[in-house]
Design a protein around this ligand. Structure first.
Ligand code: GLN
Ligand code: ZN
Length: 775
């Protein structure tokens, strides 16, 4: 190894890998569909990798190892599984004759096959990124099954760029894994650490041989609470880095710890023989001078630039922080707090945003420039003082810019009292709603969206391109709404929806219609695999210039004598799926969104809408990692929902929808929402959720989904009936609603109609049995 290569003074912890125009998404999907071969996919991937490396060099990350080798065809956790042979037994056929896992096998782990369930997917720390969960058991045969990261290093090197190979570290890898199907009860993947480490050692040897000066081992699991005792975790960290640092031949090792403060494990890593330690100093506080002194001989990679949100860095404040750190740490380098994979590529692509808003933002490319500038500030402050001053000026201008703080919004939130967050007692509401709605027992409804046909999407695209007038577009949407309403009438639903054809996305649609938000053109970020989202930017105080959904709902209601359910996205979900302002607590922003929704609800009521659903599928998702932070979150999130809905009259029935079935964990919060009816996912877990409902004594309306819309499978009438019978056995029939699991937007019409018909017919059977029982 090149023992003396210093850690680059400026680097990013990671970079988006989907490509500036989502080239990887397109290439991977073409490969999956069999339209192109592996060679074409690999060529695109290579272009993305080299393009990234050259771009980052141009932006100022010129030192060896400054460019992170964080490309992935699908996911960084899956990448480790693919390198170390963590292939579950049910995929035993995936390794080739030489014991290697090729691209096809890699994608099969991610996506499954006809007969093989894919790896499970779950949220990566407190981000909207999802990783694949490795399955580890006593039978897992760790060995080097891929050298892709070595090949990618060599590829860049031949192009004249020395990158810094990246791997999720061994402790995080095992902590994020789950026991395999073959593992005995109580088995912990971390117990396989000793067998895993030699494969990392072997891989480090290969990297050194290829000429890598540095490697980055990412250990974010060390910043969050684990269900493991502290001593065992510490021992695992100590042992891992003892073994890896002792490798005969290896690059220098950077351990990175993004997404929060490292806390108690800092001394353990400081005492190890690794060469550099990265700390998240954006979210985490600066460690004490004693703790920093323990880093002696190592480089501290200070993650002072936020990798997770899109705001321009306060360079002067960061430079001051770095100057302060420099006093205790002689060897200091600058980086981002997390990988920039969570933000889009480049603000300069957003030519439709105002120049003012653009000046406040920093996407991945701007963050590269920021770290380079801060590294220069450490060497020669005078040389970059003008850039620091410019950032300070922009940040100051942001604070006083029109729309950031609106007096009328501030006055309204300041005047809120407890009464604004509370409705009448449920018993009173229930009586009023019974009288207003006259619904049969086990009322049937859907979650909101109906299949978005290609005609609907084409109409929207044409309207956006100016090929359709507003009036033409409106007529097409009305035609679609009429089709959807007629279909529900024909099927026999009790509470109807308009089907949401006019919405491109349940958050972006509201962002486009509220002030305080902007939407980007190219701001895609990877959610998982080839799936990307384009979060809106919530930058200012939120107001509602005009009613948003009312005309559509009113039109739909005019077509039927059954109650039509108005459909809104809740404040927490709007925040969770946007980039949010960083200049005030989230709870304040949530209340502003809530007030806009409250006004929308009042307008819906005035238009004769008697049932209104406020979706909060992201309520669970934003739950903080640290238990200590959870009560405060649940408090503001629940309150914002209540603020949005508590203005509704007692006779107006408020529904909410949540997209998951791990209900137990936050059932008190769900109860706290005080919705009249809550629909949740349940079909896949075979109604397990009703046990939680029963033991909690959940007292209001509830619709555990009886049709799994995440799969094209049509549930048989008998299957729906059995699920309903299970529900009736645990939850009083008076409270039960019948609905699918989630919105039908991604489904095709044929399977949807059949499934919904079975749902309604099964309900009739169960209803008849209830009536017979009652006699
Ligand atoms: N009302 C939305 C729909 O039906 C809810 C979607 C969701 O929960 N993610 O599409
Ligand atoms: Zn849902």
């Amino acid at each position: 190894m090149t023992a003396q290569t210093p850690f680059p003074s400026a680097s990013l912890l990671g970079y988006p890998r989907i490509g500036r125009r989502r080239e990887l998404k397109k290439a991977v999907e073409a490969f999956w569909a069999g339209r192109t071969d592996a060679a074409a996919l690999e060529a695109t991937a290579r272009e993305i990798r080299l393009g990234t490396a050259r771009r980052l060099q141009d932006l100022g990350l010129t030192e060896p190892a400054a460019v992170p080798g964080t490309f992935s065809y699908y996911d960084q956790v899956l990448d480790v599984a693919a390198h170390v042979g963590a292939v579950p037994a049910r995929f035993g056929n995936l390794l080739d004759g030489e014991g290697r896992l090729g691209l096809d096998g890699y994608f099969t782990l991610a996506r499954g096959s006809k007969d093989q369930q894919p790896l499970e997917m779950t949220k990566w720390f407190d981000t909207n990124y999802h990783y694949l969960v490795p399955e580890i058991g006593p039978e897992t045969d760790f060995s080097l099954t891929s050298e892709r990261i070595v090949e990618e290093f060599s590829e860049a090197r031949s192009a004249g760029i020395e990158t810094r190979p990246y791997l999720v570290g061994p402790v995080t890898f095992l902590l994020l894994s789950k026991p395999s199907d073959e593992a005995p009860a109580g088995f912990e993947p971390l117990s396989r650490l000793e067998d895993l480490l030699p494969v990392y050692v072997e891989l480090l040897g290969k990297l050194a041989e290829a000429g890598a000066g540095w490697v980055q081992l990412d250990e974010p699991a060390l910043v969050v609470e684990q269900d493991l005792d502290a001593a065992a975790l510490q021992a695992a960290v100590e042992r891992s880095y003892q073994v890896l640092a002792a490798a005969g031949s290896r690059p220098r090792i950077l351990v990175s710890t993004p997404y929060g403060a490292l806390g108690d494990l800092l001394p353990t890593l400081a005492a190890s023989s690794i060469d550099a330690l990265h700390l998240d100093l954006f979210k985490g506080a600066v460690p004490s001078a004693d703790q920093l002194a323990a880093l002696e001989g190592k480089t501290l990679v200070a993650g002072v630039v936020d990798g997770h949100n899109i705001w321009r860095n306060d360079l002067q404040a960061s430079a001051n922080k770095l100057a302060e750190l420099r006093r205790s740490v002689p060897s200091l380098a600058v980086s981002t707090s997390t990988s920039t994979q969570h933000v889009p590529h480049d603000v300069d692509e957003e030519t439709k945003l105002s120049e003012q808003l653009r000046s406040w933002l920093a996407f991945a490319d701007q963050k590269a420039v920021e770290v380079a500038t801060l590294a220069k500030a450490l060497q020669d402050p005078a040389a970059v003082q003008a850039e620091l001053d410019k950032a300070s000026a922009v940040i100051a201008s942001r604070a006083s810019a029109a729309g950031v703080r609106r007096a009328e919004v501030r006055e309204r939130t300041a005047a809120l009292t407890a009464a604004d967050f509370a409705r009448e007692d449920f018993a009173v509401r229930q009586a009023a709603q019974d009288a207003a709605l006259a619904l049969p027992p086990l009322p049937t409804t859907t979650i909101g969206s109906f299949p978005q046909t290609s005609d609907v999407r084409l109409a929207r695209a044409r309207a956006n391109r100016g090929e359709l007038t507003a009036a033409q577009y409106e007529q097409l949407m009305k035609d679609e709404i009429k089709r959807v309403v007629d279909l529900q009438e024909e099927l026999g639903f009790d509470v109807l929806v308009h089907g949401e054809p006019e919405r491109n996305d349940m958050v972006q649609y509201f962002a486009e219609n509220l002030d305080g938000f902007d939407v980007t053109e190219h701001g895609w970020v990877q959610s998982y695999g080839s799936r990307c989202t384009r979060p809106s930017i919530l930058w200012g105080d939120v107001t509602r210039p005009a009613p948003i959904t009312v005309a559509w709902a009113e039109y739909a209601q005019s077509l039927t004598s059954k109650p039509l359910k108005g459909m809104l996205t809740g404040p927490v979900t709007i925040l969770a799926w946007s980039f949010v302002r960083d200049d005030q607590p989230l709870g304040e922003t949530a209340n502003q969104v809530a007030l806009a929704l409250r006004d929308e609800i009042a307008d819906l009521e005035a238009a004769g809408i008697k049932v209104i659903q406020v979706d909060e599928p992201a309520l669970r998702e934003l739950l903080p990692l640290r238990k200590a932070d959870q009560p405060a979150y649940l408090d503001w999130s629940v309150n914002s929902f209540r603020l949005a809905t508590a203005g509704a009259a007692s006779g107006t029935q408020i529904h909410t929808h949540l997209c998951y079935s791990e209900f137990g964990a936050i059932i008190d919060a769900i109860d706290g929402l005080d919705a009249d009816v809550t629909s949740i996912e349940a079909a896949r877990s075979r109604m397990e959720v009703v046990n939680d409902l029963e033991s909690h004594g959940f007292g209001r309306g509830v619709g555990p989904g009886v049709y799994d819309i995440h799969s094209p499978r049509v549930p048989a009438q008998r299957e729906v009936r059995e699920l309903l019978e299970t529900a009736v056995a645990h939850v009083p029939a008076r409270q039960l609603w019948v609905n699918p699991d989630c919105g039908l937007k991604t489904r095709g019409y044929e399977e949807t109609v059949e499934s919904l018909r079975n749902l309604v017919e099964a309900t009739k059977e169960v209803r008849a049995a209830l009536v017979a029982d009652a006699r």
